[in-house]
Design a protein around this ligand. Sequence first.
Ligand SMILES: [Zn+2]
Length: 190
Amino acid sequence: MKALLDQYPFTQAANFTPAGRTTATLIVIHTMEAPEKPGTARGVADWFGGKRGAAPKASAHFCVGPDEVIQCVRLDDVAWHAPGANRSGIGIEHTGFAAQTVEQWNDEGSNATLQRSARLCAELMRETNIAPGRLTPDQIKANMSGICGHIDVTHAFPDEGHGHTDPGPNFPWDRYLALVAEELGKLAAG
Ligand SMILES: [Zn+2]
């Protein structure tokens, strides 16, 4: 999983578990609960890195916003984003809120963020062979390969997390997975 390490700007998160892992099987989608505007992804990456006061006891591999993608934890290492699934997972934080409406997930900021994220997901899937379909909580528990929301990990491991429900009921999964498939196609075509 080394090929991707230098692809995006990197701001090391303060809290993560050095793991030396050689593979991952799950991509976990989160919302930052912060506005979809330029600078937010960098701001959250700086927060994870302890540059804005005490670092939180949390981290993710990537922060994605409408303007940029910042990597915060190396893929070899375990980020602290979805208890129960951290060891096998790649966590991606997105600008925006879990409470967004269907319309809000289709505004300019969301569409730019989702497009960047879909490209990143396709790159990660190509790198790791993670499958491009959304997993159910039972499939997550069975260690199947795929993509899911933080809420699906919460349902899979209800005793481990803190009840997080992001990316929310209106996250446009069908549209997002179609974008990922489109980006996978572009990568395959070179
Ligand atoms: Zn989350």
